[in-house]
Design a protein around this ligand. Structure first.
Ligand SMILES: NC(=O)c1ccc[n+]([C@@H]2O[C@H](COP(=O)([O-])OP(=O)(O)OC[C@H]3O[C@@H](n4cnc5c(N)ncnc54)[C@H](OP(=O)(O)O)[C@@H]3O)[C@@H](O)[C@H]2O)c1
Length: 318
């Protein structure tokens, strides 16, 4: 796997990471299989994927335990382990409440480290800014985890440039995680140009459009009954049908360049910046291999330009 430095001051890690959320949360939870997930995480390390992304609220809480089991013993040092704090889980599949209080952060890091079976994480991320707590206070508590040796560096998620700047006034921001894919490009306007300029790593989440851009989902009905995507506007019957035209275009480019649609979707995301580390999620060994292959797919300027002009999707992202 090709490597890049994690922002100006970070270590060299594989350009593609692995998102672990779907292993115990949100998608197709009925077919949860922890032993398989442990194998998939270790297979990722063998493929040169180093960035392993989880969060305390996925599961809730079970995701970190699965990741911890996978990274036991010698596996831990091969991973660049990232987790998140700041959302208190609600009902399964619901977005949960925000808690950015310093007390919550201080308590949560210790609980995350226990579940992950490690004495530090490589990246500790604020999952969402809590509107009830000034970001400087929350970020100060995350900075304490660095001072205590519990986190090597800290990052933000789903923030504005203004919020990044406020956090930077307290402690360096190592990374920003937000949705970025062929059908969600909002961050290209301001956030990504700012992180690139500042040498901050950017972690695109849902880079495969929650699986849709791979071409493997063709109707609302085929989504499992308890699947989170059933609640999202873009996956509703009519919207999904309309959005298939977008996938058709991705397939056309994929055929032309001799890659899979998933690889084209990821290669386009990778091409958006120097410090961009997409974290596609999968619990399926063959998908993992497919996605890892995207690091070697080169899209020409003409291919990128064509993908840049894909129609906007029908339906909001949430
Ligand atoms: N910061 C945040 O607020 C936030 C929000 C959402 C997600 N995230 C992070 O981002 C990660 C990735 O996002 P995501 O999981 O929402 O969406 P995604 O990576 O866009 O898509 C995941 C879905 O695509 C399927 N898939 C993966 N590779 C495939 C391939 N090559 N061919 C066909 N299907 C494929 C997966 O199936 P299987 O799982 O069945 O293999 C899964 O259903 C998460 O795991 C999580 O770590 C963060």
């Amino acid at each position: 796997m090709r490597k890049a430095t994690f922002g100006t001051n970070g270590p060299e890690i594989g350009v593609l990471g692995l998102g672990c959320m779907g292993m115990t949360w949100a998608y197709d939870v009925q077919s949860r299989d922890d032993e398989n997930s442990v194998r998939v995480i270790r297979q990722a390390l063998d493929l040169g994927v180093t960035l392993i992304d989880t969060a305390d609220m996925y599961g809730p809480y079970t995701n970190e335990e699965v990741v911890g089991a996978a990274l036991a013993g010698p596996y831990r040092e091969r991973a660049f382990l990232a987790t998140k704090v700041g959302i208190v889980p609600g009902e399964v599949g619901q977005s949960g409440a925000r808690d950015g209080s310093p007390e919550h952060v201080r308590r949560s890091i210790d609980e995350s480290l226990r579940r992950l079976g490690t004495d530090h994480v490589d990246l500790y991320q604020l999952h969402r800014v809590d509107p009830a707590v000034p970001i400087e206070e929350t970020w100060g508590a995350l900075a304490e985890t660095v001072a205590a040796g519990k986190a090597r560096r800290i990052g933000l998620s789903e923030v504005t440039v203004e919020e990044i700047k406020r956090a930077q006034s307290v402690h360096p921001v190592a990374s920003v995680q937000s949705e970025l894919s062929l059908w969600t490009r909002d961050v290209l306007a301001e956030v990504l140009p700012y992180t690139e300029e500042q040498g901050i790593a950017f972690l695109p989440f849902s880079p495969l459009g929650r699986g849709f851009l791979t071409g493997s989902i063709s109707s609302f009905e085929e989504l499992p009954a308890d699947d989170f995507r059933r609640r999202l506007p873009r996956f509703q019957q009519d919207a999904l049908k309309a959005n298939l035209a977008l996938v058709g275009k991705v397939k056309e480019v994929a055929e032309r360049v001799g890659a899979t649609p998933a690889q084209v979707a990821l290669a386009w995301v990778l091409a958006q910046g120097r410090y961009v580390f997409p974290i596609p999620g999968t619990k399926t060994p063959r998908y993992l291999v497919d996605n890892a292959g995207a690091a070697e797919v080169v899209l020409s300027a003409a291919d990128l330009a064509e993908l840049d002009t894909l129609p906007t999707p029908t339906g909001e992202r949430y």
